[in-house]
Design a protein around this ligand. Structure first.
Ligand SMILES: NC(=O)c1ccc[n+]([C@@H]2O[C@H](COP(=O)([O-])OP(=O)(O)OC[C@H]3O[C@@H](n4cnc5c(N)ncnc54)[C@H](O)[C@@H]3O)[C@@H](O)[C@H]2O)c1
Length: 367
C-alpha cells in the first residue's frame, strides 16, 4: 500500500493527519507520500517529515495519483472529488449525514470511505471522534465566554460574574464528550451550568463527576422551553451516531431567549441541533438570527492545530497500522463500522436514512 497525506484545504484548517513520529514507523515498511507544507500549520516542518522517511510532493494531485490509502483530517472538498478513484481508501472525518453533495460525490467515486466518527469500540464508544470532541468541547466553553462579550456581539455578560453579580447561565444540550468538556471549562470560569440529555444514567454520572456543582435536566421539549428564558448561552452537543442531529431548538423557540444570547452549535458537523444553524468558518464564525448570536464552525479543533494534531494522530495511528496491507475482509468490526461507502454502495444505515438512499449491508457485499 502507498500511504498519501494531502495538505488540508478547508478554511483555516491547519491540522495534519499524522505526526512525523508516526510516519517514521509506517515508512519503515510502506511508501508515504506527503504534500509539501502539510504539517506547517501544526508546527511540523517539511524537513521533520523528510527525516521521518516521507516522500515530499508539491501538490494534492500528486498525492492522490501516487497513493491508494489516503489519510486526512477533514472531509474531501469539491476540488478533491475528481481526484478520488475506486482504488482509493480514504480514512478521515466525513460526517456524511450533514451533506448530500459529499455523500453523492463519494458514492460516484467508487472509493472506500472509512469515517473516523463512526469507528466504534466494543463498548459503543467513538475512539476517533472523542479526542476532537474533547478539544471542541473545551473550545466551546472558551467561545461562549468570548462571544458573550459585547464587542464580540453578545449580551455583555462576564461569564464568571463578580462579587455581588451573578455569573452567566450556560445551558448545554447533550452530556457526552463535548458537553462534559464544555461544562468543565465553563464551570472553571465560574459559570452556572446546566446539562440536559435524553439519557438519564448519563445525567446521574455527570452529577457525580461534577460533584453536584452543575444542574442536570432531562431533555424534553417542555424542559428545554422552560429553561431558555433563564439562560445566557446554549451549547449544542448532541449526537445520534452517524445520523443527522435532532433539532432541539426551532426558529420559533429563539423568541424565548433574551436578545444577544449566544448559541454555539458544536453539532453543526452532523447538521446542527438548532433549526437556525448554518455552517460557518473560522474566518466568519458568527451570524445573527432574530438578534441571537450563532456560532457554528464545522472544524473547531482546526483553531488549535498543534494540540489537535497530537491528540488525533496518537489515536488514529494504531488504526492506520491495522489498515495497512489488509483487505476489508480482514479488518476488525470496529473499523468496519467506520466504512460508510464501498464501491459505490452506501453502507451506513443512518446516512442512507438521512437522504432516503438505498442502504447496502457491508457484510453482504464482502460475502
Ligand atoms: N464542530 C466541530 O468542530 C466538532 C468537533 C468535534 C465534535 N463535534 C460534534 O459534536 C457533537 C457531539 O459529539 P460528542 O463526541 O460529544 O458525542 P457523544 O456521543 O459523546 O455525546 C452525545 C450526547 O448527546 C446525547 N443526545 C442524543 N440525542 C439527544 C437529544 N435528542 N437530546 C439531548 N441529548 C441527546 C447522547 O445521549 C449523548 O450523551 C457531534 O455532532 C460531533 O460530531 C463537532
Amino acid at each position: 500500500m502507498i500511504v498519501g497525506i494531502p495538505k488540508e484545504c478547508k478554511n483555516k484548517e491547519y491540522r495534519v493527519s499524522l505526526m512525523p513520529q508516526h510516519i517514521a514507523f509506517i515508512a519503515q515498511t510502506h511508501k508515504v507520500i506527503l504534500q509539501q507544507d502539510a504539517g506547517l500549520g501544526a508546527g511540523f516542518s517539511n524537513e521533520d517529515y523528510m527525516r521521518s522517511g516521507a516522500i515530499m510532493v508539491p501538490s494534492m494531485e500528486d498525492v492522490y495519483t501516487q497513493a491508494n490509502l489516503i489519510i486526512k483530517v477533514k472531509e474531501p472538498l469539491p476540488q478533491e472529488y475528481a481526484l478520488i478513484k475506486p482504488h482509493h481508501t480514504l480514512f478521515t472525518f466525513f460526517h456524511f449525514a450533514a451533506s448530500s453533495v459529499l455523500t453523492e460525490a463519494m458514492l460516484k467515486s467508487g472509493a472506500t470511505c472509512i469515517a473516523y466518527e463512526t469507528i466504534e469500540d466494543s463498548k459503543g464508544g467513538l475512539p476517533l471522534l472523542a479526542p476532537m470532541s474533547e478539544v471542541a468541547g473545551r473550545l466551546a466553553g472558551q467561545q461562549t465566554a468570548k462571544y458573550l462579550e459585547k464587542p464580540q456581539g453578545g449580551s455583555g455578560i462576564l461569564v464568571g460574574g463578580v462579587t455581588g453579580v451573578d455569573p452567566a447561565k450556560a445551558f448545554i444540550l447533550g452530556g457526552g464528550v463535548v458537553g462534559t468538556n464544555a461544562a468543565a471549562v465553563l464551570l472553571g470560569m465560574g459559570a452556572d451550568v446546566t446539562i440536559c440529555d435524553i439519557n438519564e444514567s448519563r445525567l446521574t454520572a455527570l452529577e457525580n463527576a461534577f460533584d453536584g456543582k452543575i444542574q442536570t435536566l432531562l431533555a424534553t421539549e417542555e424542559n428545554i422551553l422552560a429553561k431558555l428564558p433563564l439562560v445566557d448561552a446554549v451549547i449544542g452537543a448532541v449526537l445520534v451516531k452517524g445520523a443527522k442531529a435532532p433539532k432541539l431548538i426551532t426558529k420559533e423557540m429563539l423568541s424565548f431567549l433574551r436578545p444577544y444570547s449566544v448559541l454555539v452549535d458544536v453539532a453543526v458537523d452532523q447538521g446542527g441541533c438548532f433549526e437556525t444553524t448554518k455552517p460557518t468558518t473560522h474566518e466568519n464564525p458568527t451570524y445573527y438570527v432574530n438578534d441571537i448570536l450563532h456560532y457554528a464552525v464545522t472544524n473547531m479543533p482546526g483553531a488549535v492545530p498543534r494540540t489537535s494534531t497530537q491528540a488525533l494522530s496518537t489515536k488514529t495511528f494504531p488504526y492506520v497500522i491495522k489498515l495497512l496491507n489488509k483487505s476489508l475482509n480482514q479488518l476488525p468490526t470496529e473499523i468496519l463500522k467506520g466504512v460508510n461507502t464501498h464501491r459505490g454502495k452506501l453502507t451506513n444505515r443512518e446516512v442512507a436514512a438521512a437522504f432516503k438512499l438505498p442502504y447496502s449491508n457491508l457484510s453482504t457485499i464482502l460475502g
